[in-house]
Design a protein around this ligand. Structure first.
Ligand code: ACO
Length: 321
């Protein structure tokens, strides 16, 4: 039995904010942002929430897969920006779509969240515990970003992506790789509120995403090609056999570097970061959904996917579409 993606969906907030729009409210420019990152615009929430975008993405994925809510027995959602500490965003989705037979929970693996959800689902399916899963990556990063820090706020966006996954006899996941390096966690961090219980004398404060961009870049351009190579070999394939590489959309330079290191044309690396920015756990499923709806993905095609980010964490998978 293989773990196969049978449908995709996504939801972006209605409001688009271009680099030029940002340059009107902070000291930046389209030239600086696009030449260093490839990002030209991002969607930011006004009314939307992590849950509302997740619910919409889930409904679109279920419609695309032709699956009803009753058939879903597992919902895993990757996020670092849920609406609530509890209930989990996955439980909000479960309630809204009426998936009464499902077990639902969130995971935090930052930008690798969707890939971790896929690999966990694969383990459940291989173990015979569940058959049909809804997996999501969803973020409202605009609420955890310091809008006074032009070095980070221009990079991120909001949105949600979803996929319906099912055990399949013919096509599906061939291999995966997952890893974490907690020692380097501080290069990409967002601390929680400080504790102000009666025993602790600190001022309550909110913290925002803090990033050492150059360290993240070094981590990404070494770890991602190595993880992809390992996963492709484990599938009994070579990089040339892969039809598309669907990577976490952090930065065009990282994607170009991975393509160079694998000696594979950039044409095989579809992009959504130009109009979405970096949406952490949501970026891989949103990209997949865009590829799917453009008709790029045909049954049996070999797709390599990779997520990487805070933790530090990374995860790759090779699957037949
Ligand atoms: N507009 C204009 N100038 C800016 C901006 C901005 N938005 N942000 C920073 N600058 C200025 C800085 O103040 C600095 O000026 P100075 O030289 O006068 O001091 C200069 O630009 C260079 O700043 P750096 O922070 O050193 O910028 P760098 O060249 O490293 O580029 C970037 C930043 C694009 C983030 C880069 O480090 C990078 O590509 N990192 C890869 C990691 C990444 O993309 N992370 C995304 C999220 S993480 C993830 O998803 C895994």
């Amino acid at each position: 039995m293989k773990t196969r993606i049978i449908g995709t969906g996504s939801c972006l907030p209605e409001t688009v904010v271009t680099n030029d729009d940002l340059s009107k409210i902070m000291d930046t420019s389209d030239e600086w942002i696009s030449s260093r990152t490839g990002i030209r615009a991002r969607h930011l929430v006004k009314e939307e929430t992590t849950s509302s975008m997740s619910i919409e993405a889930a409904k679109r994925a279920m419609e695309n897969a032709g699956v009803t809510a009753d058939e879903i027995d597992l919902i895993i959602l990757g996020t670092v920006s849920p609406d609530y500490v509890t209930p989990a965003c996955a439980c909000e989705v479960q309630a809204a779509i009426g998936a009464k037979n499902a077990v639902a929970f969130d995971i935090n693996a930052a930008c690798s969240g969707f890939m971790f959800a896929l690999n966990i689902t694969n383990a459940y399916i291989q173990a015979g515990l569940y058959r049909t899963a809804l997996i999501l990556g969803a973020e409202t990063l605009s609420k955890i970003i310091d809008w006074k820090d032009r070095g980070t706020c221009v990079l991120f966006g909001d949105g949600a992506g979803a996929a319906v996954v099912r055990g399949d006899e013919k096509y599906g996941m061939l291999s995966f790789d997952q890893g974490s390096d907690g020692v380097k966690g501080d290069v990409l961090a967002c601390l929680n509120r400080t504790n102000n219980n009666p025993l602790v004398e600190t001022d309550p404060m909110l913290s925002y995403v803090h990033m050492d961009g150059q360290e993240v870049y070094k981590f990404a351009v070494t770890t991602v090609p190595a993880s992809l190579q390992k996963t492709i070999e484990a599938a009994g394939l070579t990089a040339e056999d892969i039809d598309y590489f669907a990577l976490h959309q952090a930065n065009i330079r990282i994607i170009q570097s991975v393509s160079k290191r694998l000696h594979i044309s950039e044409e095989k690396f579809p992009i959504s970061l130009d109009h979405c920015g970096n949406i952490s756990a949501a970026s891989v499923p949103i990209l997949l959904d865009e590829m799917n709806r453009k008709g790029l993905l045909q049954p049996g095609m070999k797709i390599a996917m990779s997520g990487f980010g805070g933790g530090l964490t990374w995860a790759s998978a090779v699957l037949e579409w």
